[in-house]
Design a protein around this ligand. Structure first.
Ligand code: 3PG
Ligand code: MG
Length: 462
């Protein structure tokens, strides 16, 4: 563990009773005496009985308890040093300080959509667990928001996320503004426990995984926790680069996602379908090519239908599409509009009459009937991306009907992605799906490759 030698925060010494408590609990866990903890009242410490029970049920799961175990181990060894120093009559106060001085860099995916805060909700359990852990000194939350071209005010976490996060965790958060020099003096001076860093994509170097940015972020903290499952397919500094530089762990959300999604291959004995929608094919083309082999049917929805109808596809995709015409379903009727505007005129057309001056805003009723027939023998569905612009009343039929269909058929559905979650929350309040993932691209890439860059360096419980 790298104790925060580069911080200049004077921290109060904590009493040894707290330390010894942590060690004893850590040791209990290590020796598998979880039963004895079942009687624990729900306390505000990380050593809650439910967390330990969960860990017991999912022995292979990467969990926050890995971090706790690790920290407890470190504390134990510092304890021994303290003991030894006593006999040598040296000043031991600095050692006690180190034990309490653990700073966490927590990468979340708080990339919320305009109308849906689910990604904040999904990140809360890890944040709360860390805040309640007594030997953690500071937690810096880091996230991206959108794909900023410059420091766009509407993509600032200060404007879009800070207040929401504060109200959900019911405490004040200190905001760390953009600082070109990457020195963040306010953070080092502040007595706060929780911080939110400005949109990490405002910082040079995030997208190209610059060593300078990774080092600078890692120098703020002792331990890295990646809970940003949704961004873990990106080789970015705050997701990937940083994990090479410090002890790195999976947060609760990350663990939950991995244990749910890594089961899919082994359990899909029945036929499977991939439903893929959304506006842009660029993000999904590679994944589509590779996942095509693994599923029995592919259903295309959303704006990307246009790419298939006009054959505006990259060479690889075009070849695969032509060779797999029976496997890939393209909707036969579409709702189209001349302009991308909620109140402009819309009309339903037959797909063969589509021309590329039109904007596809939904699929039609005939297509929903065909999808219903196609799903007849299907047992497992993987779904990412909406059928149309479901945010607009007139254009939500396709996405809403698809959700109803998946529910009625009781299909084992794994869905994921920012706007997909938003649609599920809008049309199926108590989601009946097997798993709703915080990740879109990450969800598909994990299914395709079985791993993600952002999970490569996380400590594994094996
Ligand atoms: C997502 O929305 O899929 C994640 O937050 C990742 O964002 P990105 O696709 O802009 O990298
Ligand atoms: Mg995305």
């Amino acid at each position: 563990m790298k104790i925060s030698e580069n911080t200049n925060i004077g921290l109060p010494l904590r009493n040894l009773i707290g330390l010894i408590g942590a060690i004893v609990l850590g040791a209990w866990f290590a020796f598998g005496v979880i039963e004895r903890l079942n009687k624990l009242e729900t306390s505000d410490t990380l050593f809650q009985a439910d967390l330990l029970k969960k860990a017991e049920q999912e022995p292979k799961n990467l969990e926050l308890f890995m971090l706790i175990e690790h920290l407890a181990g470190q504390i134990e060894s510092i304890e021994k040093e303290i003991e030894a120093s006593r006999y040598n009559k040296v000043n031991i106060d600095h050692l006690k300080e180190q034990v309490e001085n653990i700073n966490i860099f927590l990468r979340c995916d708080l990339n919320i959509t305009e109308n849906d805060l689910s990604r904040i909700d999904m990140s809360i359990p890890t944040i709360n667990k860390l805040l309640n852990c007594k030997f953690i000194n500071k937690v810096i939350i880091c996230s991206h928001l959108g794909r900023p071209k410059y420091r766009e005010p509407e993509l600032s976490l200060k404007n879009r996320v800070l207040k929401e996060l504060e109200s959900k965790i019911k405490r004040k958060i200190k905001f760390i503004d953009y600082d070109r020099s990457l020195k963040f003096p306010d953070f080092y001076k502040s007595d706060n426990k929780i911080f939110l860093l400005e949109n990490i994509r405002f910082f040079d170097g995030e997208l190209n995984n610059s060593e300078e940015l990774s080092r600078s972020l890692s120098s703020m903290c002792d331990v890295f926790i990646n809970d940003a499952f949704g961004a873990s397919h990106r080789k970015h500094s705050s997701v990937y680069g940083i994990s090479f530089l410090m002890d790195s762990y999976a947060g609760s959300l990350m663990s939950k996602e991995l244990s749910a999604l890594t089961q899919i291959n082994s359990e899909s004995n029945g036929k499977s379908a991939l439903i893929i929608g959304g506006a842009k094919i660029e993000d999904k083309s590679g994944i589509l090519v590779n996942l095509l082999e693994k599923v029995d049917k592919v259903i295309i929805g959303g704006g990307m239908i246009a790419n298939f109808l006009t054959m505006n596809l990259d060479n690889k995709m075009r070849k695969i599409f032509l060779n797999n015409r029976n496997k890939i379903y393209l909707p036969e009727d579409l709702l189209v509009s001349e302009n991308f505007s909620e109140h402009s005129d819309k009309k339903t057309i037959n797909s063969i009459n589509y021309d590329d001056s039109q904007i596809i805003v939904d699929i039609g009723k005939k297509s929903i009937n065909s999808i219903s027939k196609l799903l007849k023998d299907i047992k497992v569905v993987l779904w990412n991306g909406s059928m149309g612009v479901f945010e607009w009343e007139q254009c939500n039929m396709g996405t809403r009907s698809l959700i109803n269909l998946l529910k009625e058929r009781n299909l084992k559905t794994y869905a994921g992605g920012g706007s997909t979650i938003e649609a599920i929350n809008k049309f199926d309040h108590k989601s009946s799906f097997e798993h709703v993932s915080s990740g879109g691209g990450a969800f598909l890439e994990l299914l395709e490759k079985g791993t993600l860059p952002g999970m490569e360096n996380l400590v594994k419980n094996e």
